[in-house]
Design a protein around this ligand. Structure first.
Ligand code: SAH
Length: 336
């Protein structure tokens, strides 16, 4: 519930409005039972106990990278399903990468999160819980959020909006929109819809190829959209929101790393403020694709044509916590 909804909820119980704020604050500090809310009257605590429930995931598994201290959590949700969350430490603060769905139905050929398809959408509370309980369990304050875990955020649109309202709330975790990135495989209608909200978050678009043949091979979503329409939508997004888009490009050996593809990408981005984030492909056991050996050359070729391109640093490599490696199950279970 938002603060307003929570306030209405307690008012209906005959309580003063400020009780809503108290409950909201407790929940956003990680309270897992109404009994903990010691500044509420006993009667209210009992009424809440009878009429409501609090979601809280449990840690099914926690792995800490020996390389860089990245932490990966596998959470068990109320209904037994599991999702992963990753905590990354950067000099400019801690970033949490959260999941938006149990599984994913987008079917990208190089990504582990889509194996087994989508089971269900997460709820706004389950998304907030990933941020909150990662902070509580790790003892590390979280300053940035990336919606880049399991699932396609824009395929769960209303949930994402509500999650953003909650996590942004001054009475809650108070994480500013400029500290949040949302990554999408490129659902054009939803990108247009998102633009209308004029949010200050960073939109990342998973591009991975500048031509339809390659992009459709890697990403089934492209078969109905196409690169041309995707770029038109991105241009509109920039014009409406004034926010530069970041394009993710996972570099796959012999598939999307040739010079002509760098040139075509530069051509598409001409006159469009944006930035390319090259991701050295992370290996996924079930996928035939190999990491490109031409990342630097590709980057240089883009930059020579006026396109800003950076290479994403890999974190959590020893615990399968890197881009495209998150799963809703343990690997050994999957093999059973
Ligand atoms: N569904 C959203 C959110 C996932 S974000 C999206 O598609 O954007 C995760 C990012 O990692 C995406 O850009 C995704 O394409 C990328 N990715 C997936 N598998 C990868 C792999 N094996 N190596 C590198 N990046 C990968």
């Amino acid at each position: 519930m938002t603060l307003e909804e929570m306030t209405d909820y307690v008012k209906e119980m005959g309580e003063p409005a400020f009780r809503g704020k108290q409950v909201f604050r407790w929940l956003h500090r990680g309270a897992t039972s109404f009994g903990q809310m010691t500044d509420l009257s006993k009667t209210l605590r009992e009424t809440l106990e009878r009429t409501s429930f609090i979601t809280a995931p449990t840690v099914e598994r926690k792995q800490v990278s020996k390389l860089d201290g990245t932490i990966k959590y596998l959470w068990r949700l109320g209904d037994g399903n599991c999702v992963e969350t990753v905590l990354m430490r950067y000099r400019h603060g801690n970033t949490v990468c959260i999941s938006s769905q149990v599984g994913c139905r987008m079917g990208c050929a190089f990504c582990a999160s889509t194996i087994g398809g989508k089971v269900r959408d997460l709820t706004p509370a389950e998304m907030l819980d990933q941020v909150l309980f990662t902070q509580l369990d790790s003892g590390e304050e979280i300053s940035n959020i990336v919606l880049m875990g399991i699932g396609e955020p824009l395929d769960n649109f209303d949930t994402i909006l509500r999650f953003l309202t909650l996590v942004n709330s001054p009475e809650g975790m108070n994480i500013g929109m400029r500290h949040i990135s949302l990554s999408t495989c490129g659902l054009t209608e939803q990108i247009d819809r998102l633009a209308q909200y004029q949010l200050q978050l960073t939109l990342s678009v998973s591009l991975h190829a500048p031509d339809d043949e390659t992009r459709s091979r890697l990403m089934p979503v492209n078969r109905s959209v196409g690169v041309e329409k995707l770029f038109e939508t991105c241009r509109r997004y920039f014009e409406t929101t004034g926010r530069r888009i970041s394009y993710e490009y996972a570099m796959v050996d012999g598939v999307n790393d040739s010079d002509w593809q760098a040139d075509l990408l530069a051509k598409h981005l001409k006159g469009m403020p944006g930035h390319v984030n090259l991701i050295p492909l992370n290996e996924v056991a079930e996928s035939p694709f190999k990491p490109s050996r031409r990342v630097r050359e590709f980057q240089t070729r883009l930059e020579r044509q006026g396109v800003t391109a950076t290479v994403r640093r890999k974190l959590g490599g020893d615990i399968d916590a890197s881009c495209g490696q998150l799963r809703r199950k343990r690997m050994e279970e999957e093999k059973e």
